[in-house]
Design a protein around this ligand. Structure first.
Ligand code: GDP
Length: 432
């Protein structure tokens, strides 16, 4: 989906505007598998057109950290979004912090839409039009609070966004898109350098690809891959505050562009909360997943003894993800990354014909019927795979299935079809 990033300093009403945009829709889609954290991206829809909103303002710095944090938000927006919605507070006007962002936005070829928020009535429109002098085009007066002007703004957003993400469009049938993710110092940039250095870095001759200098095309295992948001790996942003939020933002935005994620873990350190958070973001995004255990050259016997047990415990929920043990320093087993990526993508693309899904369900129900509940037997009437990328199944049932039974079905789907390297989604539709 095309990505709209919302940028602006704290208190201009970004969150309220996001709520307005989402609230106008019939239903909030996003199936979040039980992950609690600050949300960054939302699926939105207007006039049958769907897009992703990335709210870069989910974390509000104090006065000292404002400039750095707003600049970091703008940077992610410019690098990774298809269009930027810049929100200004008309009751305050332009501040020094805004000026900073304006400079960055003027320098980009991404379309920028200026929303003059808190234009609660017509008297404010005059102040809104004063924002013409930002040099970012026509300012659009809106009131996120009252909803004034929001429909017009949404029309404009839809008209401005490409049909599919610009990046995705360029590449139908092109190289597959990989995001390298991981907390700081696990070896992401070392891995990238090694991968780019071992094999030839493909010089970009494709028309239209130069506008994405944040990505790199790298040849690995005889194939060309597009590594997305490598700029985010190469440039390091040092923030005193909000570094975690900024990292999540960057990760979320990179996932939006990628098809498969390589989550890099440091073999010398136990799996951390931050590692698990990153993995959660991948699961939420529905992208394929490969785990790369890096710094294998530093693994000692003692650590080795704990490693397998730790993986079994902490990474049990992603036991289906292919794992490669590598050393970005020595280049050990880097070539194993390619089959792992291929396996994960193949699973991610898989489509099981409806006949087979129903045969699977029939057999499963016969062997392990759903427990009788309140004198009744919940039945599965029909099942189908509604989509791939990731494989998403829909079960039409006579009543809600117990969570345990749903987990059992998911487990069996994996036993039968593998799906190594991809999350799978099992949804239910209850027909009374
Ligand atoms: P990033 O923050 O994830 O991009 O991590 P870097 O690539 O900058 O690596 C962090 C540190 O770990 C650097 O000092 C690297 O030299 C070191 N490092 C990265 N990969 C390996 C590895 O495979 N083995 C060893 N011994 N050190 C590594």
């Amino acid at each position: 989906l095309p990505v709209l990033a919302i940028v602006g300093r704290p208190n201009v009403g970004k969150s309220q505007l996001v709520n307005r945009i989402l609230g106008r829709r019939e239903a909030v889609v996003q199936d979040t598998p039980g992950v609690t954290r600050d949300r960054v991206s939302y699926k939105a829809e207007w006039n049958d057109k769907r897009f992703t909103i990335v709210d870069t303002g989910g974390w509000e710095p104090d006065a000292k950290g404002i400039n750095a944090s707003v600049a970091a938000q703008a940077e992610v927006a410019i690098d990774l979004a298809d269009a930027v919605l810049f929100v200004v507070d008309v009751t305050v006007g332009i501040t020094a912090t805004d000026e900073h962002v304006v400079k960055m936005l003027r320098g980009t070829d991404r379309p920028v839409i200026v929303a003059a928020n808190k234009s609660d009535d017509e008297r404010r429109d005059l102040e809104a039009y004063a924002l013409w002098n930002l040099g970012l085009g026509e300012p659009h007066p809106v009131s996120a609070l009252h909803g004034r002007g929001v429909a017009d703004l949404l029309d404009l957003i839809i008209a401005t966004l490409p049909d599919v993400s610009a990046v995705a469009k360029q590449e139908i049938g092109g190289p597959r898109r990989v995001a390298i993710l991981g907390r700081p110092n696990v070896g992401k940039s070392s891995l990238l350098n090694k991968a780019a250095g071992e094999e030839r870095v493909v010089v970009n001759e494709l028309a239209g690809t130069t506008r994405d200098p944040v990505d790199e095309q790298i040849e690995l295992g005889g194939k060309t891959w597009r590594f997305v948001d490598t700029a985010g790996i190469r440039k390091r942003v040092h923030l005193q505050q909000g570094a975690d939020f900024y990292a999540s933002l960057r990760t979320t935005a990179a996932l939006e562009k990628a098809e498969v994620a390589v989550v890099v873990l440091d073999v010398t350190e136990p799996v951390s909360v931050q590692d698990l958070r990153i993995i959660d973001l991948v699961l939420e995004s529905g992208r394929a997943l490969v785990l790369a255990y890096n710094k294998w050259d530093l693994l000692d016997d003692e650590r080795r003894r704990y490693l397998e047990r730790e993986i079994e415990q902490d990474l049990a929920h992603v036991a289906w993800a292919p794992r490669v043990n590598i050393s970005a320093r020595t280049g050990r087993h880097l070539e194993k990354l390619v089959p792992a990526l291929e396996t994960a993508l193949e699973s991610w693309d898989t489509r099981i014909p409806t006949g087979k899904v129903n045969a699977f369900v029939a057999e499963l129900v016969q062997e392990h019927p759903h427990p009788v509940r309140g004198g009744k037997q919940p039945r599965i009437l029909f099942a189908t795979q509604a989509s791939s990328q990731p494989p998403t199944f829909v079960l039409f049932t006579s009543a809600f299935l117990d969570p345990q039974y749903r987990r059992f079905i998911t487990r069996r789907l994996r036993e039968v079809w593998g799906f190594d390297g991809t999350p799978i989604v099992v949804n239910m539709r209850v027909r009374e």
